[in-house]
Design a binder for this molecule. Structure first.
Ligand SMILES: [Zn+2]
Ligand SMILES: [Zn+2]
Length: 240
């Protein structure tokens, strides 16, 4: 069932008007809060029936994420990381102080997690805005299935932007939480340590362009798109 998308409001730290997944008969919908001065799309997977939530990529502004959870009376269940650049994991420590829940991410990105504060300082971000990220309780490497709200998210390994990058694919919702792999009309940067341009293109072709065209892509930055749109028009990597 195709559902019209409402316009997204792009205001940092505010929940966007435009929940995804609502009304499609599945147990999960996805909210977005843009966090950090780097404009990272933190995603809140919401199970309204059980009143619980999973947060994907809480890069910062944890207070905004927590107020959203509290206003919806949601219990935080877990935190998933696509990768461990500071704008994706800088708010994890604050969220874990709020509620101790299991953290999921790739083992290989330990060094990024341990250097969030020093890199934030290098970027001249406000002191205390981001904190070093603890090591995950559960290491993922791709191939796992994470269940939430009665649906499954398949974990796929997509290195290139960072060496331990993961994406979360939910076939039932027709959605991929894509982190910094594929953006609307662009792709993730590969000039940071551990980046590899050819590997990123390969990850996108193999793990993202293999999904149905209608699959909605929820990137780590900027507006949502679809697999079909990017296969047709992405100037960096076209699909066949
Ligand atoms: Zn990144
Ligand atoms: Zn990012």
């Amino acid at each position: 069932m195709v559902r019209a998308q409402r316009a997204w409001a792009h205001r940092r730290g505010r929940a966007r008007d435009g929940d995804f997944g609502e009304g499609v008969g599945m147990g999960v919908r996805i909210e977005t809060i843009e966090v950090t001065p780097l404009g990272q799309n933190c995603r809140i997977l919401v199970d309204d029936e059980r009143q619980c939530a999973v947060i994907v990529d809480p890069g910062g502004d944890a207070n905004e994420i927590i107020s959203r959870l509290e206003s919806l009376q949601l219990t935080l269940e877990a935190i998933w990381l696509t990768h461990s650049h500071l704008d994706h994991c800088g708010g994890v420590a604050d969220l874990l102080d709020y509620k101790s829940v299991p953290l999921y991410g790739h083992r290989i990105e330990h060094e990024y997690r341990s250097r969030v504060e020093s890199i934030a300082e290098m970027y001249q971000l406000p002191p205390g805005a981001m904190r070093n990220c603890p090591e995950p309780d559960h290491f993922l490497e791709g191939g796992e299935k994470l269940s939430f709200g009665g649906v499954e998210f398949e974990v796929r390994y997509t290195p290139g932007h960072s060496p331990g990058h993961l994406v979360f694919v939910c076939e039932a919702l027709g959605v991929i939480v894509a982190g910094d792999t594929l953006f609307a009309g662009s792709i993730g940067r590969t000039d940071l340590p551990g980046g590899n341009h050819e590997q990123l293109l390969e990850s996108i072709r193999q793990e993202i362009y293999s999904l149905p065209d209608a699959t909605r892509v929820l990137p780590g930055h900027g507006p949502d798109t679809s697999v079909g749109n990017e296969k047709r028009a992405n100037p960096f990597v076209r699909g066949v």
